[in-house]
Design a protein around this ligand. Structure first.
Ligand code: KG4
Ligand code: ZN
Length: 352
């Protein structure tokens, strides 16, 4: 079973080909990130326009890299939600058209589930990928931590899962991005905070952890606490604008704030994961989404769980087509319903 996966939910235009839900044949990602950096975040109209420009060459590159022609492809999987409406539309319309033109079954894939399925890739002949030797076993606890999502999901089997909890406000990646902005660090904030934190003391400051339902998260209070802390560091009141903070904070203060924020944000996720592990005793724990690239998260989780942790190669943590192609393989192999190429619509607010 060889599936072409297409992903365009945010600022990455991506396509990949995966065989049998485990073997990565090609993985092409074109990002419009450079165009968004000057605005400090993704601009939906710019993202949609660059998807239009590059999506066909990206798909062709994915076919070429895999040494496949259309005859070698068994189906097309496309992200239909969640994501930015204009961005999703380009991927979905392209996939629908290609499915009709080349007579291929079409599968509508959930972006968040896709992030989780990146953990099922175990082999590739492409250079520079680190993959686990085997696929995670069920029951599987998935920790989804990205720019748009913070969720704990318990999978009893493929396509049989329960959402244990999720964030009530900001996603964890969003908190990284906003705190980075306050500290004058570039977008995306996750890697920038991680870099700054290396020079700081993670215990320099105490920051609050939100008291939420057992498996739920909240990161907006933490973000505000960081703002108040930064204002206090330069002896200013809460009225001091966040956009002017970075000019006044010293490099040492920034590093300490970054390190303390990173520790607390990640501890929040690790605490809930430990609770879920104790309650459900899963056979495997996987992390997924952009923040799964965080070495601090990987380390803290590895230190606190008595089993091997699964995480995708860093290149497969942020948005990519391989995760959608992998999920698409399982949709096809396990006879999940096909999408109608004449009517498939986007679902910008799709949840797990
Ligand atoms: O999964 P993703 O590419 O997009 C969404 O579906 O949201 O995640 C992007 C998020 C951004 O918020 C970025 O700051 C965060 O992932 N991120 C990280 C790291 N690398 C990316 N967060 C913490 N540490 C990192 N090393
Ligand atoms: Zn994502």
């Amino acid at each position: 079973m060889r599936i072409l996966g297409i992903e365009s939910s945010c600022d990455e235009t991506a396509a990949a080909i995966v065989e049998n839900g485990k073997y990565l044949l090609s993985n092409v990602v074109a990002s419009s990130l450079d165009l968004h950096i000057q605005y400090g975040g993704v601009v939906p109209e710019i993202a949609a326009r660059s998807h239009i420009e590059v999506i066909l060459p990206v798909i062709q590159q994915a076919l070429d890299d895999a040494g496949c022609n259309w005859g070698a492809i068994d189906g097309i999987a496309v992200t239909y939600g969640a994501g930015l409406g204009g961005s999703l539309l380009i991927g979905v319309m392209t996939a629908r058209t290609l499915a009709i033109a080349h007579h291929k079954p079409l599968y509508a894939s959930n972006h968040v589930a896709g992030h989780i399925y990146a953990n099922f890739l175990t082999a590739t002949s492409l250079p520079g990928y680190k993959m686990p030797p085997r696929q995670p076993a069920f029951p599987m606890l998935a920790i989804v931590v990205s720019g748009g999502h913070s969720q704990l999901v318990l999978f009893r089997n493929h396509f049989d899962y329960s959402l244990l909890g999720q964030t009530h406000d900001d996603a964890i990646g969003e908190a990284f991005d906003k705190v980075a902005k306050m500290l004058g660090l570039p977008y995306p904030g996750g890697p920038a905070i991680a870099e700054a934190a290396k020079k700081g003391n993670p215990n320099a400051f105490t920051l609050p952890k939100a008291k939420m339902g057992k498996y739920d998260f909240s990161f907006s209070g933490l973000k505000t606490a960081v703002l108040r802390l930064a204002q206090a560091q330069i002896n200013e009141s809460y009225a001091f604008p966040s956009t002017k903070l970075s000019e006044r904070l010293s490099e040492a203060q920034k590093a300490n704030i970054a390190a303390s924020f990173q520790r607390v944000a990640i501890e929040t996720v690790v605490d809930k994961t430990k609770l879920a592990y104790q309650e459900f005793r899963p056979q495997s724990v996987v992390i997924a989404g952009g923040v799964a690239a965080s070495s601090e998260l990987r380390q803290q989780l590895a230190d606190s769980l008595p089993l091997t942790l699964y995480y995708p190669d860093v290149k497969l943590c942020t948005d990519n087509g391989a995760m959608i192609a992998t999920l698409g393989c399982f949709q096809a192999m396990l006879s999940q319903p096909e999408a109608d190429p004449y009517t498939l619509d986007i679902k910008p607010n799709l949840s797990m």
